[in-house]
Design a protein around this ligand. Structure first.
Ligand code: GLU
Length: 400
């Protein structure tokens, strides 16, 4: 290039590729080469998308529903989402407050681009899911990392980070990667704080169905349902990927007040147009064929609950590993800061490298989520794979 101009924009050069995706791809490629790799990397249910959802998408294709749709989603899907919010989250939204997108990540990007100005502070409780940081940077926001002691969400810790520049607080409950669920008490305190300071809340609820404790304190809750004032400040985001094992379909959605929804609609109209038409019809079936869908979801959650216990208990048997039982999502997030190899302390990055190299087990280093004292293991994989992988991790930790 002339004049030492870089081909790559500053915006793109400050972004790192997603470590969760790149490590999953690496594990898949090693497997393809014949290595017996057990992968605990990407958070992706190993269940197949239910038949009734696939059938609805196939029917849409057969009917020729392959053209553009309304930019922010077909009316049937918006209606089904409105109904879902009403029944499951105690939230009332209208069609012009709903934006259907090409997946959860797309919804998040829409949200940040529609609301964040250059230099706005965005509070990101840490550990956090890998893509928030980069998406906020893309929107030129300033990421304000907010360490949560003992991985527990606390409104007081957030309060300490608020300044005149704070525009938004990111919530993700149940959390990827920790599995922690924000308690009712902390949610209420945060809502009061946001109202007092007039700060937006982004509530990422993609793991809302993946909760394993049934008491009142631990069940998932939408912060927007706590009252009209907080609802106005909240953008509630969700996706079909995890709940209905539809990761590849790329359908996400969010609800917010009209002004924000209109801004996202405009952005989306230039960036992608509508989400894939026949995938939207599949999503309609996921929400409206309730009996079949909830039977599927219940089976999956029951299975994940068993896997969670096996994985976490076995992790806690390993020398130097300490893992809290996650209340939700489908990840174990053990503290490995006391793990050693030949008397040398390991961090998440080193341990992940060694596990892959020596034991053919792929895990994600905690650095992807802002804390390399940890590694993340997804238990959304078969019990057989969990058994094999854990055996190898135990062997590694015994040092033989
Ligand atoms: N959200 C999943 C994960 O954290 C899928 C991969 C990704 O998008 O990061 O593993």
């Amino acid at each position: 290039m002339q004049n030492n101009k870089s081909i790559i924009s500053q915006r793109a050069s400050q972004i790192s590729p997603s470590l969760t995706l790149s490590l999953s791809a690496k594990a898949a490629s090693l497997k393809k080469q014949g290595l017996p790799v057990v992968s605990f990397t990407a958070g992706e249910p190993d269940f197949d998308t239910p038949e009734h959802i696939k059938d609805a998408a196939k029917l849409a294709l057969d009917k020729g529903l392959t053209k553009y749709t309304n930019n922010s989603g077909i009316a049937e899907l918006k209606q089904a989402i409105i109904q879902k919010f009403k029944e499951e989250n105690n939230l009332d939204y209208s069609a012009d407050e709903i934006i259907v997108s090409c997946g959860g990540k797309h919804s998040l990007t829409n949200i940040f681009l529609a609301t964040i100005n250059a230099g706005d502070d965005v509070i990101l409780p840490s550990p956090y899911w890998v893509s928030y940081e980069e998406q906020i940077k893309l929107a030129q926001g300033k990421v304000v990392f907010t360490h949560l002691p003992e991985l527990k969400f606390s409104a007081d810790v957030i309060a300490e980070k608020l300044t005149a520049k704070t525009k938004m607080i990111v919530l993700n409950s149940p959390s990827n990667p920790t599995g922690a669920v924000i308690t009712k008490k902390e949610l209420k305190r945060l809502a009061d704080l946001a109202i007092e300071k007039n700060i937006l809340i982004l509530s990422d609820e993609v793991y809302e169905h993946f909760v394993y404790e049934n008491d009142d304190e631990h069940k998932s809750r939408s912060i927007a349902s706590l009252g009209e004032e907080i609802k106005k400040l909240t953008i509630t985001m969700n996706s079909f990927s995890k709940t209905y094992a539809m990761t590849g379909w790329r359908i996400g959605y969010c609800a917010s007040e009209k002004k924000i929804a209109a801004a996202m609609d405009a952005l989306q109209s230039h960036m992608t147009s509508n989400p894939t038409t026949f995938a939207q019809y599949g999503a309609v079936a996921a929400l409206t064929m309730k009996e079949k869908s909830s039977a599927f979801v219940n089976t999956m959650i029951k299975e994940f609950k068993k896997r969670r216990e096996v994985m976490v208990n076995r992790l806690n048997e390993c020398d130097g590993v300490e893992c809290a039982m996650p209340s939700g999502a489908f990840y174990a997030f053990p503290d490995i800061s006391n793990c050693k190899l030949n008397e040398k302390q390991l961090n998440g990055m080193k341990l992940s490298e060694l596990l892959l190299e020596k034991e053919n087990v792929a895990v994600v280093p905690g650095i992807a989520f802002g804390d390399d004292n940890y590694v993340r293991l997804s238990y959304a994989t078969s019990m057989e794979q969990i058994g094999q992988g854990m055996e190898r991790i135990e062997k590694f930790c015994r040092g033989n």
